[in-house]
Write a protein that binds this ligand. Structure first.
Ligand SMILES: [Zn+2]
Length: 308
């Protein structure tokens, strides 16, 4: 029996985020200077990946990372008492020299399927937070420069008349299967690879519950009327910082009207067909397939079929 999150890519980080300790500047300095601490370098949001012996995060020891102390860096957390940091190295001249045949800066979406689940989860956190700092250098309230605080978990405006505090954003997205008896509703966007059908999805809007957003999206994109909505699983999605919320919604009829502005197609598939499409998800020659296991669409379809 699957547990809710045991195999969701980008979840399951082994790191303790040390929320109660990281506000202590002296403690944080000691972690930054500890010989055991480990540093993950990101250039243009691409982590340095070591490829020898299977892809894994290329953690730098403190003695090599010391010259990078002036770079923006944030505490990812502790594992067995060892601090792990992410460092944005975009402004370091010659940083490309660190890359060679066995160590490369590789974008997260390409490399994540090759990493262990714990490393992919650490990477999701590192990418989302690094991206947020890069995009939020100025106060949204007054426009003055802001600076990182709390080991990277907030930013503070430097204007003494303002001093507004800003927190990393996470954008919730609902992603859902409409179901009607043995039928499951899937759709495709024009930019999908040929043969790929996926769960419908959309950003939650202010003032909505998860259930309301699921019903609204199914109604808008497929003209589908639904009754109860059930949560299945969620997934951090670091492009740049969404939280995917996977649900199943029971349709009250099988009438579908596709919104052609949003979707190229949406239609019902028998659950046996969906099972075949799951198995074919990484086979680009398959006539019909679901997205690969990295996606929450794949994971909620798998869970739904395994439980019902
Ligand atoms: Zn301000």
């Amino acid at each position: 029996m699957l547990k809710p999150h045991d195999t969701i890519p980008f979840s399951g980080s082994p790191l303790d985020r040390a929320g109660n300790q990281r506000r202590d500047a002296a403690w944080l300095d000691a972690q930054r200077n500890a010989s055991t601490s480990r540093f993950l370098l990101l250039r243009e949001l691409k982590p340095l990946i070591a490829l020898e012996g299977g892809a894994h995060l290329a953690w730098f020891p403190q003695r090599f990372a010391a010259p990078l102390a002036e770079c923006p860096n944030l505490l990812l957390g502790l594992e067995d008492g060892v601090a792990h940091f992410a460092v944005d190295v975009d402004d370091i001249p010659g940083i490309d020299a660190l890359a060679d045949d066995n160590n490369k800066f590789i974008d997260v979406r390409s490399i994540a399927p090759q990493l262990s689940l714990p490393e992919a989860a650490i990477l999701a956190q590192a990418r989302s937070m690094t991206d947020w700092h890069k995009r939020h250098r100025f106060c949204a309230q007054c426009g003055a420069a802001s600076q990182a605080e709390d080991a990277g978990y907030s930013r503070r405006c430097t204007n003494d008349a303002c001093r507004a505090q800003h927190f990393p954003r996470t954008d919730p997205v609902v992603i859902m299967l409409g179901v009607y008896g043995d039928q499951i509703l899937l759709g495709r966007q024009p930019q999908f690879l040929p043969g790929v059908y996926s769960a419908l999805a959309g950003f939650m809007e202010p003032g909505e519950t998860i259930e309301e957003a699921v019903r609204r999206e199914l109604a808008e994109e497929a003209g589908l009327a639904t009754s109860d909505v059930r949560y299945i699983a969620s997934q951090p999605w670091p492009f740049p910082s969404s939280l995917m919320i996977g649900c199943v919604a029971t349709a009250t009829s099988d009438a579908v009207t596709v919104d052609r502005h949003e979707l190229e197609d949406a239609r019902w598939f028998h659950r046996d067909e969906v099972a075949t499409m799951l198995r074919a998800s990484t086979d680009t020659s398959a006539p019909l397939r679901l997205p690969p296991p990295l996606s929450l669409a794949h994971q909620i379809a798998r869970r739904y079929l395994s439980e019902s």
